[in-house]
Design a protein around this ligand. Structure first.
Ligand SMILES: Cc1ncc(C[n+]2csc(CCOP(=O)(O)OP(=O)(O)O)c2C)c(N)n1
Ligand SMILES: [Mg+2]
Length: 371
């Protein structure tokens, strides 16, 4: 499944602006961007790719139980993340590493979580409303809709103030659309007319199940059955992701009702470090998408605007520094004390917890003092 006439694309895979009728209503959002903002889009994409590759290596070297790569999906994530406003709440799935970074999460905190040394990751209230990762497929769409309903009941959306009204964004995958949770979230969003953006990253695979097996129609058409407008974008085009998200977010925040964006992208790497994609997909398919790489086309575009070799060299250095720093700090992570497991289970002391704490202490002691 690839781009069609309905797919909004503002930047072609060759790196030049596309002047199509479908994209016309979004062009103004691009025209407003400064050179510095465009370079920041690129910077975030390049840095997170370096981080992601280093995290993949660290997992291979036994430093994490699992890694979930974001390779190839940088544009869908960066564009939509920059389209949010500070007051917005974001509910990610589990591979939105650059969105977390843009909202102020230290990416090493994602590694800590995958290493199993934190309970959940981070406190959303201290990280610009970036909620925690959710590995239970699709469940975050319900969390987001519930949150957006609360926002609406509080009168904190739909007042017409772009700088104050809160929009809620939820990220999910093509496979998630087959979960009942997502349909339920769409129904409640439509019924309560929440200020909410459903952002689907269609990376064409749900582990080894292709999207074609999960839906005979393009997924952006599905929300119309719930009364929610849907639009399909080239998710490897950071400009389309930014502009279409910006417009839909600003319309939903002031009371336009929920919106749905399907970003066509591709998971270039494995589903996770536990997966071998060569078992179920062809090299030709991977190559097709390599030719539509989100970063390569944006570099071409920035060069056409005047970015020089020095800019790209400095950025490559910064990305390498982030990767090196990620490695260094990952190797320094100290496991928390056992007591950490028992904290926050109940608000008050509980005999079962005391029993389990005692059992663990005895078990640990059974290894002797050298353990
Ligand atoms: C409720 C539930 N069922 C099954 C799984 C196992 N599982 C993990 S990832 C995944 C595929 C998800 O695919 P998609 O929604 O397209 O997201 P992607 O991983 O491609 O980003 C599945 C089935 C799970 N984590 N949760
Ligand atoms: Mg998928």
């Amino acid at each position: 499944m690839s781009y069609t006439a309905a797919t909004i694309q503002l930047l072609s895979p060759e790196g030049s602006l596309v002047d199509s009728d479908a994209g016309a209503e979004y062009r103004q959002y691009i025209d407003e961007l400064t050179d510095d903002q465009l370079r920041e889009f690129h910077r975030q994409m390049v840095v997170i790719r370096a981080f992601d590759m280093e995290a993949t290596n660290l997992q291979r070297q036994g430093q994490m139980a699992l890694w979930v790569p974001s390779l190839g999906q940088e544009a869908a994530q960066v564009g939509s993340a920059f389209a949010t406003r500070p007051q917005d709440h974001i509910f990610p799935a589990y591979r939105e590493h650059v969105i977390a970074r843009i909202r102020g999460v230290d990416p090493v905190d994602i590694i800590r979580m995958m290493r199993g040394v934190t309970h959940g990751g981070w406190n959303p209230a201290e990280h610009n409303n970036l909620h925690i990762y959710t590995l239970v497929i699709g469940s975050q769409t319900l969390h987001a809709t519930g949150y957006a309903m609360g926002v609406k009941f509080d009168g904190a959306s739909g007042t017409g103030d772009l700088d104050k009204d809160i929009a809620t964004v939820v990220y999910f995958g093509d496979g998630a659309t087959s979960q009942g949770d997502v349909s339920e979230a769409l129904i409640f969003a439509a019924s309560y007319q929440t200020s909410q953006l459903f952002f689907l990253q269609n990376n064409h695979w749900a582990i080894s199940v292709p999207v074609t097996r999960q839906s005979p129609v393009p997924l952006y058409l599905r929300p119309s059955g719930f009364g929610i407008p849907g639009v399909q974008i080239d998710g490897n085009d950071v400009l389309a992701s930014y502009a279409v998200s910006r417009k839909n977010l600003d319309e939903t925040r002031v009371g336009g009702g929920p919106r749905f964006i399907e970003a066509l992208t591709y998971r270039m790497g494995a589903h996770t470090s536990s997966d071998d994609p060569t078992k179920y997909r062809t090299n030709a398919e991977v190559q097709f998408w390599q030719e539509r790489d989100p970063i390569a086309r944006f570099e071409t575009y920035l060069r056409s605007l005047g970015a020089d070799d020095a800019f790209f060299a400095e950025l490559a250095e910064e990305a390498a520094d982030v990767a090196a720093d990620t490695r260094k700090r990952t190797l320094e992570v100290v496991p928390p004390p056992n007591e950490f497991i028992f904290q926050n289970v109940y608000s008050e002391p509980h005999p079962r917890i005391d029993e389990q704490r005692e059992w663990l202490a005895q078990y640990e002691a059974s290894f002797g003092s050298d353990a």
